[in-house]
Design a protein around this ligand. Structure first.
Ligand SMILES: *[C@@H]1O[C@H](CO)[C@@H](O)[C@H](O)[C@H]1NC(C)=O
Ligand SMILES: *[C@@H]1O[C@H](CO)[C@@H](O)[C@H](O)[C@H]1NC(C)=O
Ligand SMILES: *[C@@H]1O[C@H](CO)[C@@H](O)[C@H](O)[C@H]1NC(C)=O
Ligand SMILES: *[C@@H]1O[C@H](CO)[C@@H](O)[C@H](O)[C@H]1NC(C)=O
Length: 333
């Protein structure tokens, strides 16, 4: 009976410190993947993200950005966006061609994949930092640091040659610098503001408990399910009173179809030791009112017994009394 999730009682109590103040995403990044199959065949794919939330795609045929949200344009005018699209289109085509020419000169083997990630992020204290990094075949290759190309150690001599080659193109470096230190920060602040109703929404989690098949003789695997919350950061811990249970194991936070998140947190315990355990959930949507779900809490069980048993007993006794009284009237008459 104690194992029945039905008997679990969720309560909301004021919690202690809330470890972080979550205010939605803090970075914009554009990810570009170039796949060069041979000297004549190449393709690229591009997307734009606020942290792990995609807001831009790229239509290769028209050379235009795809705005995935009504607010994906931030506060940029259509003129500025078209300028940027033209710039990116020229860069993608130009870079792909340059890479093919360059590679045929230094005789790198085909096929190869280049991944670039560039963008900017808000730091605490409101300063904004930018970054641009490239990887070749899945290894760091070079990055753009302090206004110039810096080879990554993993890139070896090829990365050094590449940066020496790239440093001849002062004009391109200037454009990259402007994009990173001016365009990106302006765009980030504008789009975070335009999308704030969606990005900063707070959706409260629900929590419930169950048990998984026993991990071994005399053992129980308790599962705390936390679902339907947004944003993603959440703190979930199995507790005994105020004591955190160090055996708590956290799964991956996986997405629900409605954009909220789901997390399972388990605890492997010796059978019989599960009474008195609880699952505690802290989330920004809850303020300092943590959710606490008790595993077969004794008071909850007795409360439920009292709530069901007492009225049933009273009813039974009343019925019995009436029956007996009627019987006695009948026997008198
Ligand atoms: C280049 O690669 C593409 C895609 O893999 C292939 O269809 C094409 O035949 C290749 N061309 C040459 C000249 O190898
Ligand atoms: C993207 O467009 C360019 C030029 O418009 C073309 O050369 C390339 O093959 C296209 N790639 C894909 C994946 O469609
Ligand atoms: C950045 O580069 C300049 C020269 O271009 C150099 O004087 C400066 O020390 C560099 N700063 C850092 C932090 O590397
Ligand atoms: C967009 O908003 C940012 C931050 O408020 C501001 O710096 C910028 O000037 C605004 N407009 C444009 C076109 O960037």
């Amino acid at each position: 009976m104690l194992l029945l999730p039905l008997l679990l009682l969720a309560v909301i109590v004021p919690g202690g410190e809330n470890e972080d103040a979550f205010q939605g995403p803090t970075s914009y990044r554009s990810i570009q993947t170039f796949t060069i199959a041979n000297g004549t065949w190449a393709q690229y794919k591009v997307s734009g993200w606020l942290d792990d939330f995609q807001i831009h795609g790229w239509d290769n045929d028209s050379g235009k950005a795809i705005f995935l949200k009504p607010w994906s344009k931030g506060n940029f005018s259509n003129e500025e966006l078209i300028e940027l699209e033209d710039l990116f289109q020229a860069y993608f085509i130009g870079l792909t061609k340059e890479l093919q020419d360059y590679v045929s000169k230094v005789q790198t083997e085909y096929p190869f994949v280049i991944q670039c990630i560039g963008g900017c992020e808000l730091h605490s204290g409101k300063s904004i930092g930018s970054f641009l990094r490239g990887a070749l075949g899945g290894l760091d290759f070079a990055s753009f640091k302090n206004h110039s190309c810096a080879p990554a150690p993993e890139g070896g001599s090829r990365a050094q040659q590449f940066c020496a080659f790239a440093s001849q193109y002062k004009g391109i470096q200037g454009i990259i610098e402007t994009l990173l230190s001016d365009t990106c920060p302006r765009f980030l602040l504008g789009v975070l503001d335009a999308g704030k109703a969606e990005l900063q929404r707070q959706v409260k989690p629900e929590a419930w408990l169950s048990s998984d098949p026993s991990p071994g003789p005399g053992r129980l695997l308790l599962v705390c399910h936390v679902s339907g919350f947004y944003p993603k950061p959440v703190w979930v811990m199995w507790m005994r009173g105020e004591q955190k249970q160090s055996g708590t194991r956290q799964g991956d936070t996986v997405p629900n179809a409605d954009g909220t998140w789901y997390l399972r947190v388990t605890l492997d315990v010796t059978a019989g030791e599960e009474t008195g355990l609880s699952c505690r959930v802290k989330h920004s949507s809850l303020g300092d009112q943590d959710i606490i779900v008790y595993w077969g809490h004794p008071t909850s069980v007795s409360l439920i017994f009292l709530a069901i048993l007492v009225p049933s007993l009273v009813l039974l006794i009343c019925l019995a009394l009436r029956f007996l009284r009627r019987r006695s009237f009948q026997s008198i008459s």
